[in-house]
Design a protein around this ligand. Structure first.
Ligand code: APR
Ligand code: ZN
Ligand code: ZN
Length: 361
C-alpha cells in the first residue's frame, strides 16, 4: 500500500520550499523504497528550486542521501530490506555501448524508478536527480542503492551520493592522481575540498589549493592542501608554476565551472599534464584558447561526471577507508539540520562558511 510521508517540495520557480505530505508507492519491479536517515543540501537542489535545471515543477528535492532499504519490488536481488545504503543518481544499465565496453561509469542510459511519487492530490513530483531524499522515505530504482558498511554514520555516508564523490573521483578516477604527483585544485568548496582529500588519499606529493576566499583556503589546509593561493592576491598560474619547480602541476582540477578558472587550470599544468573539469558551467559560457596551445601543451583535457564513479566499486571502498581513519568525511559536515530548515540552508550557502548542511531524519 502506498504510504504518506513528509518531504521538501519546491512548488514553483523561485518560490520558497515547503514541507508537504507526499505519497510513496510500493516498489514495483526493479524498484526500492528507502527510509532516509540523512541527506546533504547540494547546490543542485537550489538550482532545481530556481528553475535552472528543468521546469517540471513541483520537485521533491534532496539527493545526497543514505538510509535503510524498507522494501523492494520483484526481481530485485542486489539489495534487500534492512540493508544500509547510499543512494546514487547514476544507476548503470549494463547494456548501453559504454557499459558493454566495460566502462560503466560512462553509462549513457542510467535509470530511475518508473513509478512517480505524488502530492496527496495526485500531482506528480519530479524527484531531484531521480532521488528526492529530503523525505522520510523515497522511491528509487534498486540500482540507485549501494550497500555499504552500516557502522558509518548516515550523515557522513550520504555525502558520497553527490558532491564529495564528484570531488574525490575527479582526483582518483578522472585525474588518475598517483603517488608523488603535484596537484592543484581551483575552487575549494565541498567539491574542491573533496578533490584535495582524494589527491591526499592517492599520495600526491604537493597539493596546491586555489580560491578567492581565505576562509576556504584555511579549510583546504585541514583537508590536505600543502600550499594555498588566494587568486585575488596572487596570479594562480605563476604561483603554481613557482611551487612546482617552474613546470606546473601534473594534474589541475577545476572545481568552479567558469571559463576564466578553466584557463587558469589549462595554463597551470605541466606539459603533458591533465586538466580535470568537475565544476559545472552554465549554458551561455564560452571558452577561447589558442588552438596551438591545446596542441603544443599535449596531455589530457578531461571532464569528470560524478567523479567518473562506479557506486558499487567506490562507495563501499571509500566508506571502509573512512572507517579506518584514512579519509575524514566528517570534516565536510558543517551542520546538521531538520527537514524544515532546507530553505535556511540555501540562504547559508551564499555566506561561504558552509561546506555541507545535512538534513538528519
Ligand atoms: N577562483 C577561485 N575560486 C573561486 C572563484 C574563482 N574565480 N570563484 C569562486 N570560487 C570558489 C568559491 O570561493 C568557493 O570556495 O569556488 C568555490 C565553489 O564552491 P561551492 O560554491 O561551495 O560549490 P561546490 O559545491 O564545491 O561545487 C563546485 O562543482 O559540482 C560542481 O555544480 C558544482 O559547479 C559547482 C562546482
Ligand atoms: Zn549503460
Ligand atoms: Zn548534488
Amino acid at each position: 500500500m502506498a504510504q504518506q510521508v513528509r518531504g521538501v517540495v519546491a512548488p514553483g520557480k523561485d518560490e520558497p520550499v515547503r514541507v508537504e505530505t507526499i505519497v510513496v508507492p510500493d516498489p514495483g519491479p526493479g524498484e526500492a523504497v528507502v527510509q532516509i536517515q540523512a541527506c546533504g543540501v547540494c547546490h543542485t537542489d537550489l538550482h532545481y528550486k530556481q528553475g535552472g535545471i528543468s521546469d517540471e515543477f513541483p520537485f521533491l528535492l534532496g539527493h545526497e542521501a543514505a538510509g535503510v532499504v524498507e522494501s523492494v519490488g520483484d526481481g530485485v536481488t542486489d539489495v534487500a530490506p534492512g540493508d544500509f545504503v547510499v543512494l546514487n543518481w547514476r544507476a548503470v544499465c549494463g547494456r548501453c555501448r559504454a557499459c558493454l565496453r566495460g566502462r560503466p561509469w560512462y553509462c549513457f542510459d542510467t535509470h530511475n524508478a518508473e513509478q512517480r511519487m505524488t502530492l496527496t492530490d495526485g500531482t506528480e513530483l519530479s524527484p531531484a536527480l531521480g532521488i528526492g531524499a529530503f523525505a522520510e522515505k523515497t522511491l528509487v530504482a534498486a540500482g540507485q542503492c549501494t550497500k555499504v558498511n552500516p557502522a558509518v554514520s548516515a550523515q557522513v555516508a550520504g555525502l558520497l551520493g553527490c558532491g564529495v564523490m564528484a570531488g574525490i573521483g575527479a582526483a582518483i578516477n578522472t585525474g588518475n592522481v598517483g603517488r608523488g604527483d603535484t596537484v592543484a585544485v581551483i575552487g575549494c568548496g565541498g567539491v574542491g575540498d573533496a578533490a584535495i582529500a582524494g589527491a591526499n588519499l592517492a599520495g600526491a606529493a604537493k597539493i596546491i589549493a586555489v580560491d578567492i576566499d581565505d576562509r576556504k583556503l584555511d579549510k583546504a589546509r585541514t583537508m590536505g592542501a600543502t600550499h594555498t593561493v588566494n587568486s585575488r592576491e596572487a596570479d594562480p598560474v605563476e604561483t603554481i608554476r613557482e611551487l612546482t619547480g617552474g613546470f606546473g602541476a601534473d594534474v589541475v582540477i577545476e572545481a568552479v565551472g567558469r571559463p576564466e578558472t578553466y584557463k587558469q587550470a589549462f595554463y597551470a599544468r605541466d606539459l603533458a599534464g591533465t586538466v580535470v573539469l568537475v565544476g559545472v558551467p552554465t549554458p551561455e559560457m564560452k571558452l577561447e584558447l589558442p588552438l596551438l596551445d591545446v596542441f603544443g601543451r599535449g596531455g589530457a583535457l578531461k571532464s569528470s561526471w560524478y567523479g567518473d564513479c562506479l557506486p558499487s566499486r567506490d562507495f563501499p571502498m571509500l566508506i571502509d577507508l573512512h572507517l579506518q581513519g584514512r579519509l575524514d568525511l566528517e570534516a565536510f559536515v558543517t551542520e546538521t539540520i531538520e527537514l524544515t530548515d532546507v530553505e535556511k540552508a540555501f540562504e547559508r550557502m551564499h555566506e561561504g562558511d558552509v561546506l555541507r548542511s545535512v538534513v538528519v531524519l
